[in-house]
Write a protein that binds this ligand. Structure first.
Ligand code: FES
Length: 160
């Protein structure tokens, strides 16, 4: 009996593995390797307890993204994002954080939807708004940093 249930669990695991492989195979027909890589292993996903800039934006599709920035001497030293959006929003959020890390504030503001799309080797037309969501969220986080820097009292009243 015990051996039987172990066998069933192995079959189940194998079925799940095959299902995942087939989903990834289908995704490869539509998305670039860069998108797949960041969707499956997003490097910058997570929250930041003490960020110097935080932005939250809801896209036209209803999905939300949040980006946290750690800034030192006007340079982004670390970035994190979270999203309740689709696979491409995960890839776009990850790319936005990747591109922002190491940049100064002025250059980070230039990270547009087009730059994110180009860095991901493109997205299907119906998914380009996910890159716009990532770019807008990054800009919101940068604006939050600048606002808090000029009016630090705001941060005391703001819940991240
Ligand atoms: Fe909403 Fe991608 S962010 S569909």
């Amino acid at each position: 009996m015990k051996g039987e249930s172990k066998e069933m669990s192995v079959d189940f695991d194998k079925a799940i593995e095959e299902m995942q492989a087939s989903i990834i195979e289908d995704a490869r027909k539509v998305y670039s390797e860069k998108v797949i890589e960041r969707w499956l292993r997003p490097k910058y996903m997570g929250e930041m307890e003490k960020s110097q800039g935080c932005g939250k934006v809801k896209g036209p599709c209803g999905d939300t993204m949040k980006i946290f920035l750690s800034i030192h001497d006007e340079k982004i030293v670390d970035a994190r994002f979270i999203t309740d959006g689709c696979a491409t929003s995960i890839a776009a959020g990850s790319m936005a954080c990747e591109l922002a890390t190491g940049k100064n504030i002025k250059d980070a503001f230039k990270i547009s939807e087009e730059i994110i799309l180009k860095s991901l080797d493109g997205l299907p037309e119906e998914s380009t708004h996910c890159a716009l969501l990532a770019s807008n969220t990054l800009k919101e986080a940068l604006t939050d940093y600048l606002t808090s820097k000029n009016e630090p009292w705001r941060r005391l009243y703001k819940k991240q």
